[in-house]
Design a protein around this ligand. Sequence first.
Ligand code: ZN
Length: 208
Amino acid sequence: MAHLRELTAWFLHSKSINGAQGLEVTLAMRVAVAAQACLLILNLDIDCFDNWVEVILYPGAFRVNHEHMDAMGLMHNEANVLTGESWLRGPVILSWDDVERDIYHPQPGRNVVLHEFVHKLDGLDGVANGLPPLRRGMSRERWAEDFSAAYEALCLQVAAGEPTAVNPYAATSPAEFFAVLSEYFFTAPDVLKDCCPGVHRQLALFYR
Ligand SMILES: [Zn+2]
């Protein structure tokens, strides 16, 4: 616990947490974000949070426009309402409403702060693909095997319209799978252990 306090102080000192759309960010809000984010790196190196400096808090869920090119080469502009977003080489953006909801009304498998900062760990090697730089002694092959097997099983369940043990949003991509299953690792480890023991084992080795 003392270490989490130190890490939180380090986070507040080295990162800037700013409000958007007129949101006034208090010390309590900054501590709430920092302490949850630092849970992820409690037993990792602080270098894992090196590749960015800013956290932006919106008062509530926010709208973003994303352009993407489809297989035919046409550009599409999609508007989405998000509770959080993490840029590969940029800020982490969070909806304060949702951060607060996770604090006062926690639900197993749901934590927007953990989710977005897992994307930061994932993107440390330049690509967010569900495979972060692993600890010394861990096997990338074992990680890939355990994650792919569980990811493919979930995608099949979702495609078949079957109920899933974890949030089906995890089936969006390997990066989202890693982020969502990390939410379970910290908030509902038993659910994770039951449904994906291989992934639970890898995450236990990774986060310790
Ligand atoms: Zn995500």
